[in-house]
Design a binder for this molecule. Structure first.
Ligand SMILES: NC(=O)c1ccc[n+]([C@@H]2O[C@H](COP(=O)([O-])OP(=O)(O)OC[C@H]3O[C@@H](n4cnc5c(N)ncnc54)[C@H](O)[C@@H]3O)[C@@H](O)[C@H]2O)c1
Length: 458
């Protein structure tokens, strides 16, 4: 970001003291330890080069400041497809680690790796991130970072013991509209924040089942006989009833509400509908005699979680992946002065919107309040996946390593955002009972100040 626009951004943020009680200085980091010298190049390794891992490799290949030293995956097809991408880009062939589920431990012994991108099935994230941090390397872990509460604590405890950073690679935090809304919240345009709505509302039925060959939209297989995420993800819908994927919605909302940095989640309640969609899909695709038609899917089709925050805001998180529906993360930001809605892309700000009680389009606000990151890198970002957000999240990880600083989305964010899954399972299992959300910062949320989107590194 040019210095002039950075100053302007910080000045406007500083003007809104009611909405942003903390004004961070540039280059503020989460830890006080002296920083090693910055790096000009980052040496990355990747554990898990399936669909998502390869999209991260693609981002690495677009950058001159990244060297890919090693890739690890027991699936020969994943390795050969990734190696072909790297060769096509004219880059040096990386070392490959392919000998089973634990070979990543051998890869982590290398001394030519600064950061590791982990894009494996959820149950592998924490063992891999913990081993990466213990090896003194930056861990960049896909979403959700953890499956159990203990795993969330394992991440935090390992960071506190080793000082090695762990970033949850929550790309939605960098969506253009949610960053503009963050910018507006920090400028006090919504008044004092009251409420946020978000969720993962994505018909995943053709991801949870396929024919074992590709993501073709046909077939009713999951597990060993299936391809990509249906090999592992669907089993979570058999075994668990809760919000299995909360961070795409919760990440942006956590920044809007300064979670872990002046505010925190305190309690949640969760409620699940009956489970119908996955069984119906199996019968529709495979017939009523397909073996998977006998499977009892535990995951309710629509799970609604209400989170309470220490500063008095409420958040509703939807998890809706088993029914026919268009994709939407369903964001809504609401404060004492107005409201923004993702569905419909509309806004109403009292005293600003032209007509009382009438929505207006968000389009002109988007341009006017674009976050400095999008203003500066928006064009380049389009080369990345998911409308540019994959560029930004990988950039943040890489720039944090180069600057040898804390990532903008840290281990405490990874721990508490992901913990919504097991806590929502607990609540549902106990008849929607309120469940306390642990303070993974052990009180530091009271003095930590926001850093996300307020630093020229990220
Ligand atoms: N942020 C996003 O937008 C986004 C999008 C898609 C997936 N994801 C996340 O990325 C992760 C991976 O998802 P995916 O779609 O690539 O799944 P995938 O099944 O296509 O790929 C997972 C890869 O991990 C490999 N793997 C499994 N166990 C391993 C081990 N022990 N060591 C090394 N490699 C191992 C598999 O062989 C496979 O190639 C998941 O956590 C998912 O939730 C995030």
């Amino acid at each position: 970001m040019p210095i002039s626009s950075r100053r302007e951004f910080l000045r406007t943020a500083a003007l809104s003291s009611a909405a942003a009680p903390f004004i961070p200085s540039l280059f503020e980091t989460a830890t006080a330890a002296p920083k090693p010298a910055p790096l000009s190049q980052v040496r990355l390794a990747y554990i898990g080069v399936g669909a998502r891992g390869r999209s991260h490799v693609r981002q690495g290949l677009l950058r001159d400041d990244v060297v890919i030293t090693a890739i690890c995956d027991p699936d020969p097809e994943a390795i050969s497809r990734t190696s072909a991408m790297i060769e096509k880009a004219g880059k040096k062939a990386p070392a490959t680690y392919t000998k089973g589920g634990e070979d990543f431990l051998n890869m982590l012994k290398r001394d030519d790796i600064d950061g590791v991108v982990i894009a494996t099935p959820w149950e592998w994230h924490v063992p891999m991130a913990v081993a990466t941090m213990k090896a003194g390397k930056y861990a960049g872990v896909e979403v959700s970072a953890t499956v159990t509460l203990k795993e969330s604590w394992d991440l935090v405890n390992t960071f506190e013991k080793t000082g090695s950073h762990c970033m949850i690679l929550e790309n939605v935090c960098y969506r253009r509209d949610v960053l503009a809304v963050l910018n507006m919240i920090r400028q006090g345009m919504f008044g004092e924040m009251l409420y946020a709505h978000c969720g993962y509302q994505h018909d995943l039925r053709n991801i949870k089942f396929n024919d074992g060959k590709s993501l073709s939209g046909v077939g009713a297989e999951f597990g060993e006989k299936a391809y990509s995420e249906a090999r592992w993800r669907t089993q979570h819908s058999v075994d668990r009833n809760g919000d299995l994927y909360p961070t795409h919605g919760l990440g942006p909302v956590a920044h809007w509400l300064n979670i872990n940095r002046g505010n925190r989640f305190t309690h949640l309640t969760s409620t699940a509908t009956k489970a119908r969609g996955l069984h119906k899909y199996v019968v529709d695709k495979g017939g009523k005699d397909h073996p998977n038609a006998k499977v009892n899917f535990k995951l309710g089709d629509i799970v609604t979680t209400v989170v309470e925050c220490a500063n008095g805001e409420n958040i509703v998180i939807m998890h809706d992946t088993n029914s026919p529906r268009p994709y939407s993360l369903g964001f809504r930001a609401q404060g004492t002065q107005g409201i923004w809605m993702d569905d419909g892309k509309t806004i109403y700000l009292e005293g600003v919107s032209p007509k009382p009680h009438e929505w207006e389009s968000f389009d002109s606000y988007q341009e006017k309040y674009d976050h400095p990151l999008w203003k500066q890198h928006g064009k380049t970002a389009q080369s990345g996946g998911h409308g540019g957000i994959d560029f930004f999240v990988m950039r943040a990880f890489i720039e944090s390593i180069k600057a040898q600083t804390a990532p903008p989305i840290d281990v405490y964010d990874a721990a508490v955002w992901s913990a919504i899954s097991p806590l929502s399972e607990q609540s549902i299992a106990q008849g929607s009972k309120p469940i306390e959300i642990p303070d993974f910062t052990r009180g530091k949320w009271k003095t930590n100040r926001p850093i996300f989107g307020l630093n020229e590194v990220y």
